[in-house]
Design a protein around this ligand. Sequence first.
Ligand code: HEM
Length: 473
Amino acid sequence: MTDLDVTEAAVPDGAVRCPVDHTAPAEGTVIPSSAVPGPTLGQREQLVRYVTQRTQFLNECKAAYGRRFKLGVLPGVDFFVITDPDDLRAIFTAPRTSLHCGNSNGALEKYFGNTGIAFLDEGDHLARRKALTRSFKGAAFARITESVERITVDAVAGWPRDEAVDMHPLVHRWAMNVIREVVFGKVVPTCWPRLLDALLDLVELNRYPTAMLMIDRWSPAKKRLMKRRPGTGLKDFWRNRPRVDALIAEAVAERAEIGELGDDMLSVLFGITHEDGSPLSVKELRDEIMTMFVAGTVTTVSAVCWSIEHFSRDPERLGRLRDEIAAGSTDEYLTAVVHEVLRINPPLPNNLARQVVEPIVIGGVRYEPGQLLVPSAELLNNDPERYPEPEKFLPERFIGVQPGQYTWIPFGGGHTRCMGDRIAIHEIKTMLRELVTSVDFERADPDPARPVPRGPVVVPQHGPRITLRPRQR
Ligand code: HEM
């Protein structure tokens, strides 16, 4: 046995794992974070396993070390994976001064810039979130949901029939159009068709592992070198980014000229001022807009693609969903489907890392400044004690059951909980309703699609590839 085989070491073949977490600190005691167990592999080996076999590696660690364990995947940084619901409650409700998220989005700086909500903490984050809420709730939410219906019907009607296609790009184009409504509302920029194409070209970088590297923090020399390397996607990315930025600037200038301000995000952003009364700069507007076009699409697209993957393999459940939609009296099963898709395939398998900025005790462990706490959606959502047969797609488990705030965390939680959660759920439901009522799915590949990383999210390999046939009733 190598020292990689942590599961075997902890749970020999045929042994029944004890349900008591013996690695947890005894009631009422506080242990230092250095006492939290974790694999003894070297940093590089841990990183390789994390990057190439993340789910398996984390499951092995959980089996061997319990509901919280320490990884050494980053040089010099302690990285604690947290899967205990009580620990999660403590993390999600911790004071803003104790845990920060702003530094955890470094890999997304290439898209988000570094001035938007995802990079803010404490009072700045609170103020930005409060301001932006107006474009997610109330009248804005009603406007967005109404548009989602129209955008979805148009999208599905335009998708090819009777030929096998990769669903991912089709779904991504649809999701971008939805976020256009969130960001620009009823005043669609004249340059939108060009901006849409440029945005989709830009996020193509997510097909490459470089999408998760902090390329904006590289030296100019390293950037020049890497740009020339084939197979990194960087040359195209660096060509496309100024194109996107210029089109966003054009859209913003056009809107400033037209006015017609309302509750769309750009209107709200125009109303935000700094302490000295100055408005947000063009770069700050761009960063927030890009945050929405990336955070608000790659995630939803992953969930829709996984839904298609499951339904194209499960005629019985597809039939049940169609029956409910045809009866038209409830959306109980559809809601359960969305909860189950987000449980079994959380688009972001692990939430944003929380960086400890002042010592904090969570679950009897004292964490120190600089350490990272990572709530693991994939481990929590797939806990067999909470979700029997966790590897099976069983929407029935959520019928009449509201997912728990600390036991189902595809949208994260606390101060940074996803702002678009209600919009996303509405989008996924609308797309599923439209798809299953208008088309039949035929899989190009009978085998289940493998989960593969695509930038920050996990998607079914090859889309999945599906032939959409006009529905036979
Ligand atoms: C199924 C779809 C989606 C999933 C699974 C998802 C998931 C997440 C997660 C896990 C976070 C980090 C939360 C944390 O760690 O506490 C997040 C943050 C965020 N999401 Fe989503 N998201 C989805 C859709 C959307 C949509 C449609 C929008 C915009 C319309 C959006 C906007 C945001 C924003 C702005 C943040 C940052 C919040 C903050 O820093 O305060 N998301 N999302």
